[in-house]
Ligand binder design. Structure first.
Ligand code: SF4
Length: 543
């Protein structure tokens, strides 16, 4: 798309009207791009230039942000945009369930006015294949069901039937937070309870929560809490489950955390693929503001725009500051210099979701939920060739075989366990012979794998670990932000080599090493986990 256009008076007026005297700080840029895109269905050079003028930015700055995110349709002036976009998820699980064929059928079936594109995981892996029709997910999608959804105008995601504020409070919700505010609980005691419970971050990194809170408190305020609701790891949809069922549990956890670190502002960064949850949170945050007009920190809800790497904490902060979502070099760490340069506590949705219950039932209760000497429990997303894919609450220390048999009702009819991915696309692939290993960081690291966000993808004899590894590498190549050369070039080059009939193992090893050692964030560092696992555990697929 050409840039540097001078906006016409009409486009200037259009942007001014759409933004309606909204603040011009750069931090709002992504939200304003959404606002224009939601109304017009596309962005063009004139709109971007007018937006740049409005915000006092250069056109190049606005252009580079708009082009970074997958969810903005940018068109050339005079080129009519497609009013409707269908995004066909082509990540691991949807691919196993026929995404390629679905994409081809939809491309052939759809006429002018519909844009069919492939996209990275949309978080509906338990009902694969899935597409987004506009903002509405169509699951177990077929050309016929997508057409039916189009014919009936279903392009907006519905509001989830979640527990509302009144029901949550009737169940005793917000009592712990109110006790904190009333001085009935002490900060040190709350931190101590989480330490005894051994609650770790459940977004992937597994950092001890109590320690994180202490670290943020060490830096002078004002401080911020940032909630990471941008889960995008293929095979992971547990945060969606938490938010679609009991959003106030997460919100109470966030308020308790904000109280502990004395954060005056809370930002929630929600992935754009969860449009129904966005509506839900707008409603429930308003309800909270009415219920507690005096005691809340300022609550902000921000939308991602389709970028996996924004799930990395510093990239998420960049995105909320109106920049491209590129991870930062560390130090400084976000606990010291985070959002807007302020000390920032960053937590994943599920981590905060666990906090109120731990404080009600006690650290001993939570620790006792673990199995085989592990402490605690968590939500596992289970997808692939099982009878009942879904989100299950299970002990830490559970094995893949136990999750499959005791939670997901066993393998799907006609399928036998062949392999599994313990932690989505990034966590590696293990064979069925290792399905009795505990799913915890220490056990998995022996095999070059990690649990991450606990997205268990189950493969059967109908699947190929090699195909899955290729899919994972293509995903990372698409989602690499491009900041570091080993990741930007390495993922592209590796994906090409992995698509060849015979793998060039020396070259693949060299690229894997370069990515692991030369990348600044987890995307590049973990991109070759699945590739390495295929070489180690599935050599028969390479011969
Ligand atoms: Fe971006 Fe990849 Fe570097 Fe991460 S490792 S910062 S995704 S280029």
């Amino acid at each position: 798309m050409s840039r540097g256009k001078t906006p016409s008076p009409e486009t200037r007026a259009e942007i001014t009207e759409l933004l309606a005297d909204a603040p011009t700080e750069r931090t709002h840029l992504l939200e304003y791009l959404h606002r224009v895109h939601d109304v017009r269905g596309y962005l063009d050079a004139e709109q971007l230039a007018a937006l740049a003028e409005y915000m006092g930015l250069s056109a190049a700055e606005v252009f580079e942000v708009a082009t970074f995110y997958h969810h903005f349709q940018l068109v050339e002036p005079g080129v009519p945009p497609a009013p409707l976009t269908i995004r066909v998820c082509d990540s691991i699980v949807c691919d196993m369930f026929g995404a390629k064929e679905l994409l081809t059928s939809l491309e052939q079936a759809m006429g002018d006015g519909v844009r069919v594109v492939s996209t990275s995981c949309i978080g509906r892996c338990q009902k694969a294949p899935a597409v987004l029709l506009g903002r509405n997910p169509v699951v177990r999608a077929t050309p016929k069901s997508v057409q039916l959804a189009m014919d009936t105008g279903r392009t907006e995601e519905k509001l989830p039937a979640a527990q509302g504020l009144a029901a949550y409070r009737e169940d005793g919700g917000y009592a712990v937070w109110e006790e904190c505010l009333a001085g009935e609980r002490a900060v040190d005691d709350v931190i101590r309870q989480l330490e005894l419970a051994d609650l770790r971050g459940l977004g992937g990194a597994g950092f001890r929560v109590a320690r994180k809170w202490e670290l943020v408190r060490e830096h002078a305020g004002p401080r911020i809490l940032a909630v990471n609701a941008d889960e995008g790891e293929p095979g992971t949809f547990k945060d969606r489950h938490c938010l679609e069922t009991e959003p106030h549990r997460m919100l109470e956890g966030a308020l308790i955390a904000a109280w502990v670190v004395e954060a005056s502002e809370v930002y929630i960064y929600l992935r754009d693929e969860y449009a129904g949850i966005h509506k839900l949170l707008v409603r429930e945050l308003d309800a909270l503001r009415v219920a507690f007009p005096e005691s809340l920190p300022t609550l902000h809800l921000r939308r991602g725009a389709g970028s996996y790497v924004c799930g990395e904490e510093s990239a998420m902060l960049e995105s909320m500051e109106g920049q491209r979502g590129m991870p930062r070099l560390r130090p400084p760490y976000v606990a010291e210099t985070g959002l807007f340069g302020r000390p920032t506590l960053v937590h994943n949705v599920e981590t905060l979701f666990q906090v109120p219950e731990i404080l009600i039932r006690g650290a001993g209760w939570y620790a006792a939920q673990g199995a085989k000497g592990r402490r605690g429990r968590r939500h596992y997303s289970i997808s692939g060739r099982v009878k009942r894919p879904g989100v299950y609450l299970a002990p830490l220390g559970v094995t893949a075989r136990e999750l499959i048999n005791n939670y997901a009702h066993g393998m799907a009819k006609g399928h036998t366990l062949y392999a599994y991915l313990p932690g989505g696309a990034a966590g590696g692939i293990l064979p069925a012979s290792l399905a009795d290993s505990e799913l915890d960081p220490d056990s998995l690291s022996h095999f070059g794998c990690f649990l991450g966000s606990a997205g268990l993808i189950v493969l059967s004899e109908a699947d190929s670990a090699r195909d899955v590894a290729l899919n994972a590498m293509r995903f990372f190549a698409r989602e690499s932000c491009g900041k570091c050369t080993p990741c930007r070039v390495g993922t592209q080059e590796t994906a090409k080599l992995m698509a060849a009939a015979a793998w060039d193992l020396p070259r693949l090893r060299e690229l894997a090493e370069a990515m692991e050692e030369g990348s600044i964030c987890g995307l590049g560092q973990a991109a070759s986990n699945a590739l390495r696992c295929v070489v180690t555990h599935f050599p028969h697929e390479l011969s």
